[in-house]
Design a protein around this ligand. Sequence first.
Ligand code: PEP
Ligand code: MG
Length: 568
Amino acid sequence: MTKKIQGLAISDGVGIGKAIVIIPQEIVINKGEILHSEVSSELERFENSIQHALDEIDHLIENYAYTKNNQNILKTHKMILKDPEFYEKIKKLIQENLYNLEQAVDQHFKGVIELFSKMDNEYMAERANDFKDVKNRLLSHITNQKLDQMINVCSENIVIMPEITPSEITSVFDKNIAGLITETGSKTAHSSILARSFGIPAVSGIANISKEIDDDSLVIVDGYKGEVIIEPDEQILKEYQAIVEKDKRDKGKLEKLIDQKVQTLDGKVIKLKCNVEIPEEMPQVQRVNADGIGLMRTEFIFLDKEELPDEDEQFNIYKKIVEKMGDREITIRTIDVGGDKLSKILNFTKEQNPNLGCRGIRVSLLYPEIFKVQIRAILRANKYGNIAVMFPMVSSIRELREAKKIVQECINELENENIEFDPNIKIGIMIEIPSAAINSDFFAKECDFFSIGTNDLIQYTLAVDRGNEHIHEYFQPLNPAVLNLINLTIENSHKNNITSAICGEMASERKFTEILIGMGIDELSVSPGQFLAVKDKILSINYKKAKKIAEQVLQAGNVEEIDKIISS
Ligand code: PEP
Ligand code: MG
């Protein structure tokens, strides 16, 4: 019988396919004690199981990890297994506590996973997932039990998981899956941003969905409405097949816009760029002929690492991306990690409120030696293209001044060291904290451009956790407070002859394009998957009319009223 379940719309599109439920499997183990005389054979078993796990990972890297990111994740898993400290800890549990191998491995990983999981932030949770993966792989070899792998997933599948990490999204993208359903995850979580970038229809926020759907049942994911339909009847199936066909036709029409200039009906030119979170998105950025990269998040270079990436490593990553874009501008955002995201490397203590803690530019100013490595690498890569640099989470002028001073120091150093670089670089800031928007007139006098990060601006203006799907109705892009801060920022930038862009997810939603243009935004930087849809919207807008609508909206006092104005 047909069953409809309402969830949260995460990524547009409709997917129809066979369900494949992926639940991180717990391996059943027999814990127990061993005799002194069994210690050496248990250690031998340990060494063999490590070797088998390493061989399996090599096989995966060779045959299934198509992208660099996937390979890096698997390489990290190899490093965990090869870590001498890990070996010594297990050896000690076997020799001194007389634990059998299963118990020793289980106990060791339990502690590590708990430690990482407690740090309530997405990136650290990802680290915990890495250790879970390694633990399960190793135990599967020790106990001879098969692991349920992503390997079984194919393009006809709708993947159902309790939760998904950004690294897992990248691996399902490789398989070209039909759709994705998860139990947790909000619209601005980074895995959701990636689902949209890769164009995977996705719905989240349905508790226990992984238990409600059986493998191989026919499932429809309606990423527009946030609906999941299990075993649809013929009528519903036909309706959705028609939507899929229409989407395909629309996509075909959008492809024809690729070479058109991005401007409104009455000739106002808007720069339309892409956000890049991981290098795997670059082919799509090039394909849609974007005006540049308006936001290159650089966190991917730092996370999942045992050591900080050095200047040459960073330089090579930036150079590769820059060279792909020719003379189009690439705005590289300096590292934006939260207080505990880099704790393994930087030795941070756990913070009560990581989002209000040592994040973004605060980390860079606290560790200028790490910041300088990134700035030097950016300045060197600038020689090969057209880079702008911007700082995240700026809340006061002092931070901007200090960061600019460090950029100047790097320029002086590179000059003295006779290293090739290009000092001509625009410096901008993200406007994502209300204080920065309110003080934007002062900021505009000391930097070259603004880029409004609406994901955080909404979070901090409305005091609503952007990652918490239970309170998603409080995350309101159309709240008058948010719109007035955006408008104020744009006004102040223009007053001071600099530009304003929007790189938060609001820029990727066609629903908001008209009022953003009406407020005078110069640039939109969007998810590569939404680029052509937003371009299509811009081409249909009359700037003069958009200005009037924006004026009306800015007079309105509540979301409902604003919603009505922009929908009429
Ligand atoms: C934002 O906050 O809107 C933004 C673009 O940055 P991030 O999503 O990486 O915090
Ligand atoms: Mg942000």
